[in-house]
Design a protein around this ligand. Structure first.
Ligand code: ZN
Length: 299
């Protein structure tokens, strides 16, 4: 089909809305990022900010012709509504509220979409937990055995909320309303806040320098992750745990002690492989791109 804008390279406008950054871009059918742009996620007015971002991306530019919009957001998401997000405090936002562009729009869950991108373009695998650790923590659960295989959403779309598994039941308050959640110890946001650092990357730098408060917070973050992953492993027996998101950039500072602690908590069985994402922080944008391509009309 020739677009109304004439000939040009077809693409989709994609936005992955994170707790601190919105990652947007134009993505080709093969997953090539043809244009990318980041904007800070505002503390208030986030829906309007998303709408402006999508509108700017959806304008044809440099021979690139957007055919649809893919929008990946956190929380509980259906194809028609962003039902709930602890990060943004929204409830039941219809997909039409996010954009007024005249293109098909696909709305999806940020982490499950990123997990699909990881399967399509990154590490791949059949029994995988894809676990991006950024401002918060959620997981995309990939199951090969039984049922239909593929990404598992659960009865109401809540599957994979590993960030709110209680690791220390009487522990720190979490923004979700519970106490002692994994995310309250191991998310990039929690690690930075507990150290009084501007970012998790700064904490990792301080850990490398042996700064005692940072070392202690990091140690608790790794321990909490090992506890949560031991529970996940015993329940679902993944072959691989793929750590993504900004915190995965810590590399061996995270992976080496995490593998050791997880192995120590699984006395009678081999632990799953724990690896860093093949896509890094691009997974979210590519996942939103996959959503967008699914919305492009056939023909
Ligand atoms: Zn929580």
């Amino acid at each position: 089909m020739i677009s109304s804008a004439g000939t040009g390279t077809e693409c989709v406008a994609a936005v992955d809305v994170g707790g601190t950054t919105m990652k947007g871009g134009l993505v080709g059918r093969d997953g090539t990022v043809l244009y990318d742009e980041r904007r800070p996620t505002p503390q208030s007015g986030v829906i309007n900010a998303i709408s402006r971002f999508v509108g700017d991306l959806a304008r044809p530019r440099d021979g690139l012709v957007p055919r649809a919009v893919g929008l990946a957001v956190p929380g509980l998401v259906t194809p028609t509504h962003a039902v709930f997000s602890a990060a943004f405090g929204w409830r039941d936002v219809p997909v039409a509220s996010f954009t007024d562009v005249d293109l098909p729009v696909a709305l999806g869950h940020d982490v499950r979409s990123a997990g699909e991108a990881e399967l399509a373009y990154g590490v791949g695998g059949d029994d995988v937990l894809f676990l991006p650790i950024g401002t918060g923590i959620a997981g995309a659960v990939v199951l090969s055995g039984g049922l239909n295989g593929g990404l598992y959403g659960g009865a109401d779309g809540w599957a994979g909320q590993i960030g709110h598994i209680p690791v220390w039941p009487e522990g720190l308050a979490c923004r979700c309303g519970q106490r002692g959640c994994l995310a309250a110890y191991s998310s990039g946001g929690a690690v930075a806040a507990r150290c009084g650092s501007p970012s998790a990357a700064d904490v990792v730098r301080r850990v490398a320098e042996g700064d005692p408060p940072a070392v202690q917070v990091w140690d608790e973050a790794v321990e909490a992750l090992a506890l949560a992953l031991a529970t996940y492993t015993l329940l679902l027996d993944p072959a691989t745990v793929v750590i993504g998101g900004g915190v995965s950039l810590a590399g061996d500072t995270l992976l080496v002690p995490l593998r050791e602690r997880l192995g120590a908590r699984l006395a009678f069985r081999r632990p799953p492989d724990v690896v860093a994402s093949g896509l890094g922080i691009r997974a979210g944008l590519l996942g939103a791109g996959l959503l967008g391509w699914r919305a492009v009309p056939a023909g």
